[in-house]
Design a protein around this ligand. Structure first.
Ligand code: HPA
Ligand code: ZN
Length: 349
């Protein structure tokens, strides 16, 4: 496969069809306004927005904090196990429709347990949907429990203890929410305990926080991937280390623009990250809030940065290699990718 030649439209059609892996997606960030209002009514939760238009109009963010305030308000409509089941299954159905073959999804238990929702209701609803997604749609998944860093290390430790009975159905832990002022170093103990239990470890770092937070996540939390990580480019020594050690970075282009992490998609660091030999992947973060799911993120960066077929292949292959899956599944995804690419070339001589 030398590459798909031809028009950008052909490449876009291929991007839509190619087998995809999503590695940075917050389930609560897939809560579309329509579902949010439906659940608000069902659970009799007052959300303060009259209709879908009023909600969408509020989706203008100046930074991470302004987004998180609305995002956590949105989570208040999620109350019962059935709500978590529907939220998760709706995402998986969308994922299947856009050729996502494997998704490693985050959930934020503290945003629910602090409102009195039982940990088990969240976990069992999400888990049942992930199992059904694999059984019915063939979309495989991993479940990553994130700690809200701005609630502090004691709350993270308590949440990990609460998860004790469910550790066999949780694949990894992560760290999210307001970054600046909450360095990874604070969470060393809980990450150590999780790794001792055989869980994978990832952390948001270098989204709004400095490159030093990325180093802390690697050195102290011993994470296997960095979520976002775009600010690594400010430290060439760190870039060298990330490239040498093939540490995957789960980049979320539309999120970065919406939260003001980058001034525009045209100025996004993704192309420079690829050029630096980093293991970068494209992801959607909170698609209901940021104007696009995984396919839209790929299409947007393809256009804004004029990416080639080979760039797209590198991004896809990086996502397969960064996923917590075994070698045979990785090889199968690559084979599916090449099959889709060759099929597409044949269909469009
Ligand atoms: N960053 C930090 N926390 C989050 C995000 C994000 O992009 N999305 C949901 N929680
Ligand atoms: Zn995120």
């Amino acid at each position: 496969m030398t590459g798909l030649r031809g028009t950008p439209e052909r490449l876009d059609a291929f991007i839509s069809a190619m087998p995809k892996v999503e590695l940075h997606l917050h389930l609560e960030g897939t809560l579309e306004p329509e579902m949010l209002l439906r659940l608000a009514e069902r659970n009799r939760v007052e959300v303060g927005f009259a209709d879908v238009h009023a909600l969408r109009a509020a989706y203008r963010f100046s930074d991470l904090r302004s987004f998180l305030d609305l995002y956590y308000r949105g989570t208040e409509v999620l109350v019962t196990e059935q709500d978590f089941f529907e939220l998760t299954l709706t995402y998986l159905e969308r994922a299947d429709a856009m050729a996502i073959r494997h998704a490693e999804v985050f959930f934020d238990p503290q945003s629910h347990t602090r409102r009195g929702v039982p940990f088990g209701a969240v976990l069992e609803g999400v888990r049942a949907a992930l199992d059904e997604g694999e059984r019915r749609l063939g979309v495989t998944s991993r479940l990553i429990m994130c700690f809200l860093r701005d609630l502090g290390p004691e709350a993270a430790a308590a949440t990990f203890a609460e998860a004790g009975p469910y550790l066999d159905v949780i694949d990894g832990i992560g760290l999210d929410s307001a970054e600046v002022g909450y360095p990874p170093a604070l969470f060393q103990e809980t990450f150590e305990a999780a790794r001792a239990n055989g869980l994978h470890a990832v952390a948001h770092a270098g989204e709004e926080g400095p490159p030093a937070y990325i180093e802390q996540a690697l050195d102290l939390l011993k994470v296997e991937r960095i979520d976002h990580g775009v600010r690594c480019l400010e430290d060439p020594r760190l870039v060298g280390r990330l490239a040498r050690d093939r540490i995957p970075l789960t980049v979320c282009p539309l999120s970065n623009v919406r939260l003001g992490v980058v001034p525009s998609l045209e100025q996004h660091a993704l192309r420079r990250m690829l050029a630096a030999g980093l293991c970068v992947t494209v992801n959607s973060d909170d698609p209901a809030y940021f104007g696009g799911y995984l396919t839209e993120n790929f299409l947007a960066v393809r256009r804004a940065l004029d990416l080639s077929f080979n760039d797209i292949r590198t991004l896809a292959a990086d996502s397969y290699s960064a996923a917590f899956i075994d070698e045979s599944r990785r090889r199968r995804l690559l084979a599916e990718f090449d099959e889709a690419a060759s099929g597409y070339t044949l269909d469009h001589p």
